[in-house]
Design a protein around this ligand. Structure first.
Ligand code: AP5
Length: 215
């Protein structure tokens, strides 16, 4: 399986990926997680990316494209992958096309998780994540059993730096301006599958299963 999870910040790309992974053990490649790892490790890349991320802006295309060129050549990606948060601009999508053609790989589907901005703001202001294992929580819908402690690994559960309302609004405007054009880009390639992002945490898995059954 080779798919892209496309959608606004907070549409549930990470949450849907977790459900899919439980059934199809393909590599879950999240550029946001990769960048946060670099920020935590204080690498050169992380130091450069942090200011963009904290401001809700996109990290420059050349940085992301170079990072993904390496990642897609790693062993686990050969068996299949879910791309979460990449591509995010037309330039990144064109670079991905070139990478896949070099590796002689094809995408199976691009899932467009559809959601409105107000729902996103509600979700992201109440999102919490485990600093250690990345497990996603929500103070309203899915709190950890003990506040601030991860049920899965005992790590610290915190709010992401970019989950403050003004930064969320900026991320949404960047999405509408720079990422939404990818909907037409992939629709024109016949790859787009639209999914209601409010339809449950395994909405994408269900659609993929249906597609497989009909193939
Ligand atoms: P990134 O980490 O990719 O953030 P994002 O796209 O803004 O997406 P999120 O991780 O915020 O949300 P999500 O869709 O995964 O939702 P989640 O499942 O967590 O990127 C961060 C930053 O890195 C960017 O701003 C940029 O600076 C940089 N960056 C990353 N990739 C880049 C690229 N390619 N190019 C340039 N820069 C890049 O769910 C959200 C909440 O909703 C959770 O609390 C969850 O419990 C809840 N929820 C999820 N699904 C449901 C549901 N069905 N019903 C009810 N609640 C739900």
């Amino acid at each position: 399986m080779r798919i892209i999870l496309l959608g606004a910040p907070g549409a549930g790309k990470g949450t849907q990926a977790d459900s899919i992974k439980a059934k199809y053990p393909v590599a879950h490649i999240s550029t946001g997680d990769m960048l946060r790892f670099h920020v935590k490790q204080e690498t050169e890349l992380g130091k450069n990316a942090k200011a963009y991320m904290d401001a809700g802006k996109l990290v420059p295309d050349d940085v992301i494209i170079a990072m993904m060129e390496h990642r897609l050549q790693e062993e686990d990606a050969k068996e299949g992958f879910m791309l979460d948060g990449f591509p995010r601009t037309i330039a990144q999508a064109e670079a991905l096309d070139a990478m896949l053609s070099k590796l002689q790989l094809k995408l199976d589907a691009v899932v467009n998780l559809m959601i409105d901005d107000d729902t996103v703001v509600g979700r992201l202001t109440s999102r919490r994540v485990c600093r250690q294992c990345g497990e996603i929580y929500n103070t309203v819908l899915k709190p950890s059993s003990k506040e601030g402690v991860c049920d899965k690994c005992g790590g610290e559960v915190v709010q992401r730096d970019d989950d403050k309302e003004e930064v969320i609004r900026k991320r949404l405007s960047v999405f509408h301006e720079q990422t939404a054009p990818l909907i037409d880009y992939y629709s024109n390639q016949g790859l787009l599958v639209a999914v209601d992002a409010t339809g449950g945490k395994d909405a994408v898995l269900k659609i993929l299963e249906q597609k497989k059954a009909n193939a």
